[in-house]
Design a protein. Structure first.
Length: 81
């Protein structure tokens, strides 16, 4: 609904950029020229899996893939000395 109102030019629409990506890319709509400071938390819910993906353990522990690689390099470096 917000997308339709924004396309019709009725007032100001506050929506995630991803929702209006086509309109922004084509020039129909514009993003705000200043940061709005609006955020919304996003949560992913998952059930335990029989064969979990190897990266899932690190993601659930709050580690990014880059942190995992640096941790592994540190462990290798410590065991090689």
């Amino acid at each position: 609904m917000v997308r339709l109102l924004a396309r019709a030019g009725i007032g100001v629409a506050v929506a995630p950029t991803v929702v209006l990506a086509e309109e922004i890319a084509s020039g129909i709509l514009q993003t705000a020229a200043f940061p709005l400071g609006i955020s919304e938390p996003f949560f992913a819910v998952t059930l335990p899996r029989k064969f979990p993906h190897p990266a899932l353990k690190n993601l659930l522990a709050g580690k990014s893939p880059a942190q995992k690689h640096s941790d592994e390099a540190a462990i290798r470096g410590a065991t090689e000395n």
